[in-house]
Design a protein around this ligand. Structure first.
Ligand code: HAM
Length: 516
């Protein structure tokens, strides 16, 4: 494999080729002639997938010309088939990339993607069952949309930066502010009530725990323009419908329900300033996460008296509506709305899923009325979903307020729960047909067969290479094909193909246009 001296002089690019090819003899000593297995590959193979010139004359030679010190590095994921390098460009060995996604984020290889699609399909089907329309917003929004003054955790978790036009932008941590923005933008052109749903990726720089990550998808359903608790009752009904569809029962999951109006009514007894309300809610949401003494200290800092704090903490421990009614009386909105919601739940048929729990206040500043959270009854996981009424969010963005309620449901905790309950669906790859030519000259004929079938809406995996039948059968099993369609010269001359039903082994000839 030596380049001639004259070539070296005449063609500088070939000089490079020759120089690059030279160490191949070394390679042969380290690797046998058959392709190296994954474990034998030096680390640069994984990274050279970044380049895309598998046809480059240097493609096979360049990776092996690596500094021999690389050869013994820990093998990483990667395939020999995907090895390539940039044409006529030296590989930058210093540029080793971590092949794992950034901390807290996920790749979705095919099997994970099937699960995600299954989950999202259920989100979408349930939303449509309830008459909601799908919307989406940009993942990148103006940072100002997410800055509220109440001291929410979500603000500290914001992925924000200045773009090249010096605008402060953020990756959305939730969808609700974008929804509010779009509702204001649409104005009166959209008739009320608005019933929208979305499934979108959200970003929060979270401390990672089970089911909490830095990137997650959220299913949201929101109703704008309905002031009654029928809105919240409908939303909870849709989540219950979703749970039932995927095999989760009221023994696995429940909803804790309360109202921010409970706190408002308690605080109104102590002439606490209006501006302290949202801040107090955010502090109270930390109950169970930080010591009670710390909570009390923080509540004092937002102008709550000791008396108000003690009263508040006592009310927050209530788990029965009757007890709450005794404390607040039956005339206030808090009790009457909660009672109405529980009565509607009975009519909808999901009473066994819900319970009153005054400790639920939620960690976002904008809620104004009913709030709820889905929880797993074994108490192993973080909140599965959460939502509530936010009748005054629009005016914080300069719009006219409209009654609004909604919920967010993440994709991570529910998958953990399904795993726990062994309810994860089996979602194998399924391609109905595999089509293969028995002769390299019949590749075009096989392509025609595939096109005819695809035209009839049939899924086809077309074997693109020249492969032995044994390989084709293995592939058919891997993709769970129902039929193998073989294009051989004797049959093709008559416009026929061989169809093999893989589950039974039954085999017959069929006219290509008549295969259904
Ligand atoms: P949220 O409680 O912050 O509410 O989030 C809703 C749901 O999103 C959570 O219950 C959880 O399932 C999921 N989630 C939140 N953060 C993470 C994370 N770091 N990793 C995985 N999952 C997460 C909201 O976002 C409100 N905007 C919901 C809403 C819509 N309220 C009214 N409309």
């Amino acid at each position: 494999m030596a380049a001639t001296p004259s070539l070296l002089i005449l063609h500088p690019r070939l000089t490079l080729l020759a120089a690059t090819l030279r160490p191949i003899s070394l390679v042969h000593r380290q690797f046998p002639l058959h392709p190296p297995t994954r474990n034998q590959l030096p680390v640069i193979f994984a990274h050279s997938r970044l380049y895309s010139s598998s046809t480059s004359p240097l493609a096979t030679a360049t990776p092996f010309s690596a500094d021999s010190s690389n050869v013994n590095e820990t093998p990483r994921a990667g395939r020999s088939g995907s090895v390539s390098s940039p044409p006529h460009q030296a590989v930058d060995y210093a540029q080793k990339i971590d092949v794992n996604p950034p901390k807290g984020t996920r790749d979705f290889p095919p099997e994970e993607m099937r699960l995600r699609n299954w989950l999202f399909q259920n989100f979408r089907e349930v939303s449509q069952l309830f008459g909601f329309e799908e919307v989406d917003y940009p993942v990148l929004e103006s940072e100002a949309l997410f800055i509220r003054k109440a001291g929410e955790e979500i603000r500290d978790q914001l992925y924000c930066f200045e773009d090249r036009g010096n605008r402060r932008v953020a990756l959305r941590p939730e969808l609700t502010p974008s929804l509010a923005r779009l509702v204001i933008q649409k104005g009166k052109s959209v008739p009320l009530p608005i019933k929208w749903f979305a499934v979108g990726q959200c970003w929060r720089y979270e401390r990672m725990t089970r089911g909490r990550r830095r990137e997650h998808y959220q299913w949201n359903m929101d109703i704008i323009g309905v002031p009654d608790v029928t809105g919240e009752a409908e939303l909870i009904s849709s989540i219950v419908t979703f749970f039932k569809r995927i095999g989760i029962t009221s023994k696995d999951v429940g909803f804790k329900i309360s109202s921010r109006k409970v706190l408002q009514e308690v605080l109104s007894l102590y002439s606490v300033p209006e501006t302290s309300f949202a801040k107090a809610c955010i502090i109270i949401d930390k109950m169970g996460k930080i010591p009670v003494e710390e909570i009390k200290k923080e509540l004092k800092s937002v102008e709550l008296s000791n008396e108000a704090i003690e009263d508040l903490l006592q009310v927050l421990s209530m788990k029965s509506l009757t007890e709450l009614e005794e404390k607040l009386g039956g005339g206030g909105e808090a009790v009457s709305e909660l009672k109405q919601l529980f009565s509607l739940a009975e009519k909808f048929g999901y009473s066994e899923w819900i319970q009153f729990d005054a400790s639920v206040v939620r960690g976002l500043a904008y809620y104004t009325g009913i709030v709820f959270e889905g929880f797993d009854r074994e108490g192993k996981l973080r909140a599965i979903c959460g939502g509530g009424r936010y009748d005054r969010l629009l005016s914080t963005f300069g719009g006219d307020d409209l009654p609004a309620c909604g919920f967010g449901f993440g994709d991570a905790v529910i998958i953990e729960l399904l795993k726990e309950r062994q309810l994860l669906p089996e979602l194998p790859l399924e391609v109905e047909n595999i089509v293969c030519s028995l002769d390299p000259d019949l590749k075009g004929a096989a392509a025609r067969v595939a096109s005819v079938l695809r035209g009839k809406g049939q899924c086809v995996d077309l074997v693109l290479e020249n492969k032995p039948l044994k390989w084709v059968f293995k592939r058919a099993a891997r993709i769970n094909a129902r039929r193998l369609i073989l294009v051989g010269s004797a049959e093709w001359e008559k416009g026929m193909v061989v169809v093999k039903i893989l589950s039974t082994g039954e085999q017959y000839e069929a006219n290509v246009d008549e295969v259904e």
